[in-house]
Design a protein. Structure first.
Length: 355
């Protein structure tokens, strides 16, 4: 069975795509700031990330390719024509990228940049078009080796020749649209569809007059090195005060065993109500009772220099407490996975409670 997820970065309106088969996965166009989110999803789905693929050298965000390679030893793949350094696989037109028992076919689709690639699933049911063909639009051609003549040829020879029911997934959309099809774009794309000629398209593109992307100065140099951060940027996938897991819900979690190892050196905040704290499940030794509804009003009672683990009955309320604490500026915060139910179920000691 094919696993497919379309993920979104709101800051750059970038789509990242996860494909999985037989326990193996690919990521297309991962975003630096979303690396933890994507890694958490891969873990939760029980997949091994084999390769991150870039459709081109991006100007509007920094890739997470280097971060994922550090975390999971995945390979980085992008076009030979990109002139980027630090990749593991340099791709050319016609190459195949395998994951599980499926593969993507590599198609060179220059025009936005010289090194633009599109990726077509083996059965031609879907294709990932990067910044070449967008939903009812196209990528710009006014910088980074852009060329409108080249883009027109790329779209009409490599993408619109796919089966009409082939779904097309772009690198970006700024209106909230998620997917289109070859048949739709052949008919309705106002730049490239219908009877529009190459000269029509070139004239259209020469008069867009768009501002440059906000992150272009930082993004292009970083992406020419596959997103490897400069020294001192602090780009880690884990906090370093304990063994933690970052969930797809965006919550750092610690297991009961992990908490027991560090309990003497951290703050444990129990966010249940007083009757629960002193009730059947008991509480962890040294825990401070601050009910969830009082957390924001009692922040001054916490030491911002000391890591915090939040606790409740099941882990739900305490997960919300971590969100409140992080918004308040506390950076080293984790939730006890499974709460007191998991803590007691694993045989860890409590104060109070009943058998």
């Amino acid at each position: 069975m094919l696993i497919f997820r379309q993920l979104f970065d709101p800051s750059s309106s970038t789509y990242t795509y996860l494909l999985g088969s037989n326990g193996e996965a690919l990521l297309i166009d991962p975003v630096f700031e979303q690396a933890r989110r994507d890694a958490a999803l891969i873990d939760e789905l029980g997949l091994q990330l084999l390769t991150t693929l870039e459709t081109h050298v991006h100007a509007d965000h920094i890739t997470a390719a280097w971060l994922h390679r550090q975390r999971s030893a995945s390979r980085i793949g992008l076009a030979v024509a990109s002139n980027a350094e630090g990749a593991d696989v340099y791709l050319q037109h016609g190459d195949h990228v395998v994951f599980g028992n499926r593969h993507l076919q590599v198609r060179a689709t220059p025009g936005h940049t010289d090194g633009c690639l599109s990726f077509v699933l083996d059965d031609e049911s879907m294709a990932f078009t990067g910044d070449c063909l967008l939903i009812r639009g196209s990528g710009r051609t006014d910088f980074q080796q852009g060329d409108a003549h080249t883009m027109f040829k790329s779209v009409h020879t490599q993408l619109l020749t796919l089966p009409g029911n082939c779904l097309l997934y772009p690198g970006h959309d700024y209106r909230g649209l998620t997917v289109t099809s070859v048949a739709e774009e052949r008919r309705y794309n106002p730049r490239l569809g219908g009877d529009i000629s190459e000269s029509d398209f070139v004239g259209y593109m020469q008069n867009l007059n768009l501002p440059h992307p906000k992150q272009i100065v930082a993004a292009v140099p970083a992406n020419l090195h596959c997103g490897e951060p400069q020294a001192g940027t602090g780009a880690e996938l884990q906090q370093d005060w304990a063994t933690l897991v970052y969930t797809f819900a965006g919550i750092w979690e610690i297991t009961p065993e992990g908490l027991e190892e560090v309990a003497e050196h951290i703050q444990i905040i129990d966010v249940r109500e007083a009757d629960e704290f002193n009730g059947t499940l008991g509480h962890i030794r040294g825990a401070k009772l601050i009910p969830l509804g009082e957390v924001e009003a009692r922040l001054q009672e916490l030491n911002s220099d000391c890591p915090i683990v939040t606790v409740c009955r099941s882990g739900a309320r305490s997960a919300q407490a971590t969100v409140l604490l992080q918004k308040a500026g506390f950076t080293n915060v984790a939730n006890l996975a499974g709460g007191m139910l998991h803590w007691r179920g694993n045989g860890h000691p409590v104060e109070g409670g009943s058998d």
